[in-house]
Design a protein. Structure first.
Length: 74
């Protein structure tokens, strides 16, 4: 019973990875749209996009870390 609960909890914790994937897609879609509207500010947009990508990816890593903690530590 406890083992099944751990597996279910780890599966639910990985839902954050899907959200991060959607967030990364939105960030790069906004980059494409903004560069197409104003190509002269490409470097500024790209720097902000990399920051957004890093923050979105960090949430995915936290979700995976929680899933692994639930499976192997508890």
């Amino acid at each position: 019973m406890v083992e099944a609960s751990k597996i279910i909890a780890a599966g639910l914790a990985t839902v954050g990875v899907a959200g991060a994937g959607i967030g990364i897609g939105v960030v790069f879609a906004a980059l494409n749209l903004s560069i197409s509207r104003n190509p002269s500010l490409r470097n500024v947009y790209f720097n902000n996009t990399i920051l957004g990508f890093a923050l979105s990816e960090a949430t995915a890593l936290f979700a995976l870390m929680m899933a692994l903690l639930l499976l192997y530590v508890i």
